[in-house]
Design a protein around this ligand. Sequence first.
Ligand code: GLN
Length: 482
Amino acid sequence: MSNTLGQLTATEIAAALQRREMSAREVAQAFLDVPDTYGAFLHVDAERTLAEADAAQARLDAGETSPLLGVPVAIKDNISTQGRPTTCASRILEGYIPPYDATVISQLHGAGMPLLGKTNLDEFAMGTSTENSAYALCKNPWDPTRSPGGSSGGSAAAVSGGLAPISLGSDTGGSIRQPAALCGLVGFKPTYGRVSRFGLVAFGSSLDQIGPFGQTVADVAALSQVICQTDGLDNTSLPDAPLGAMDLANASVKGKRFALPRELMSDAVEANVRASIEQAIRTLEAAGATVDHVDLPSLSLGVSTYYVIAPAEASSNLGRFDGVRYGAREEAPGHVESLMATRGKKFGHEVKLRIMVGTYALSAGYYDAYYLRAQQIRGLMVAEIDALWGEYDAILSPTSPCVAFPLGGFSHDPMALKLMDFCTIPANMGGYPALSLPCGLADGLPVGLHLMGPVRGDERLLELAAGVERALGCAPLRPPRA
Ligand code: GLN
């Protein structure tokens, strides 16, 4: 890799900028200069990035010391950016340039973080491999014949491949944590409501949450400090959203209690991932933690429940893409014909499938049997999980049942991809904070360990993760370079 800055974490770059060892422009330029051989980005505007870097430098020169000042960041392309395209990797938003910034983007500008570009994703964040992007194939920097995971695959590939020091993704059923696992990164989904969803193109509104990718827990904690804020523009924003004090430097797992649900270490977990997780558990136990097996029976219904609720919400949210107000439009003789032509031609297969499933689940006569039932099971899952918090600090599991899989490997079995989400979905169901961090390699590819904490327990979860990271000693985990 030509970019030696790619060897530094975001917090290390921030410190180097504070020491004036390099300028914000040099940092941004170094990342912009790395050729994007992984299909990580859908849009880059180097001139604008450099102008933002210069503005950050002026703030550094004025003596400002905010933590990530001058550190460039990559943004998943379902987060609205004023004056920069936002496509959601869909043809229906081809050419769309939002007239406003998402709240998180305003926060990044406020923190003085130049935007490196918009990253690749599964269309409207629907997928597990980033293969549903309408624009570009996204590859895993660990092995370009494999998927980076999804749906935030571009944000993961960008950081893992040394194209960005840090990035933002979105997570509806695992879309930050699963690609983080498959690319050897730390990926964090904060408690629902701690990060504003204003300007995040909605998929499943009761599940969606923006969160960071980084090489270390300290990096994702630093970016979380920037984006966890109360926002009057999002009516699900928590009043006490800002993160409180954290002590990552002295974090330890000694005396910490982890619950390992049997349902998440089932036969569906491949042997190499299982071995890596078991090894990590032994290491944590040796460092003074306890790990107990527990039963959470409702978790075995997580995938079926999610694939009713998420499409139901998506079918309603995606009703706004009609070719009238924004995005691409297919002309036809009448209004309805034009609407049908636009949606018929511009939405991809997976998006149409979900709209149909969701519309069906919400329709009269089926609502009770599907949507209502799914919401009841969701309540059951939350009750079972909440009963553990008195006794345990976190719920531990694999993040993904497998390591990065070959691109196209599941083209004949799309259900297999959906079934992979069973470890990450519970966090979205209950709005719990959760993260994936690297716990080692299996057959030369990264394995992710998943930790989930109680609602609003983000600070303690990040501290715990820092302790786990220290005990395991395998972050940052960088792909072998040619
Ligand atoms: N893989 C899940 C899905 O396809 C989750 C996606 C997400 O979190 N955005 O819906």
